[in-house]
Design a protein around this ligand. Structure first.
Ligand SMILES: Nc1ncnc2c1ncn2[C@@H]1O[C@H](COP(=O)(O)OP(=O)(O)OP(=O)(O)O)[C@@H](O)[C@H]1O
Length: 229
């Protein structure tokens, strides 16, 4: 599903590589934690998958997309197959819960009858039925993240990228969000989650890819956060 082959990324304004000869393969349906200290390259890794950056060297594949080489014209197609969730939720403040989710489908031209059918389904999946007419400011942080997950998942992406999705949430709410991401993963969606949350990584025992100074220093099938330290 995802393959990085000898990928290096050196930003123009920097001499040190943000990623340094990284090779990682992720199969369809895997759940992968991407960990490492601040500045180790996690966000760069995720941005390369979305073609928000291009590698300085190496190849990046997502599904059938040769991400680094593909034409700019095809980038929207790539991004439609990847859902994204962030630490700061990034909801549209003037739209309701249902409108935020519907908007993700409107911008890719889905017909109205599809939208009115699938938005309630996905809001039920994330446990927000009954709250569809609320605005983001009328929701808790955990509920806002559920909206963001619904929006990321409503188009049934092949891959869900989550960049510190629990970074603004308390431990109990974080656990609930992880249960939801696990449920989405069980539908066959590949999940890649960058995190600093030791508790979550240690409790879930999923694959852990650890970066340090842009290199992969550990890749454990059922890892914990802080092995050997
Ligand atoms: N747009 C950019 N231009 C120049 N340097 C950048 C850019 N983005 C990231 N970097 C540098 O690349 C390195 C890796 O950064 P990256 O954001 O990928 O790390 P990270 O592991 O996601 O960190 P954090 O956990 O703090 O989000 C850092 O040294 C950072 O300063």
């Amino acid at each position: 599903m995802i393959r990085l082959e000898h990928v290096s990324k050196v930003y123009k304004t920097s001499t040190r590589p943000a990623l340094d000869d990284v090779s990682v393969e992720v199969d369809k349906g895997e759940f992968v934690f991407l960990i490492g200290p601040s500045g180790s390259g996690k966000s760069t890794f995720l941005r390369l998958l979305l073609r928000e950056e291009v590698p300085t060297r190496g190849r990046v594949y997502v599904s059938n997309f040769d991400v680094a080489k593909m034409s700019r014209r095809r980038v929207p197609r790539l991004r439609q197959s990847i859902g994204c969730v962030f630490q700061d939720f990034r909801l549209l403040p003037t739209k309701t819960v249902a409108e935020n989710v519907a908007f993700a489908l409107e911008v890719i031209g889905k017909p109205r009858n599809t939208i009115v059918k699938v938005v309630p389904e996905v809001l039920q999946l994330v446990g927000l039925d009954g709250k569809e007419d609320r605005f983001p400011t009328e929701l808790s942080g955990g509920e806002q993240q559920r909206v963001a997950i619904a929006r990321a998942f409503v188009n049934r992406p092949l891959v869900l990228i989550a960049d510190e999705p629990t970074g603004n949430l308390d431990p109990d709410t974080s656990q609930d969000i992880m249960l939801l991401l696990e449920r989405i993963n069980r539908t066959g969606t590949t999940v890649i989650m960058a995190t600093h949350d030791h508790g979550i990584v240690d409790s879930m025992r999923r694959r852990v890819v650890e970066l340090a100074f842009g290199k992969v220093v550990r890749d454990d099938a059922r890892g914990v956060y802080g092995v050997g330290r």
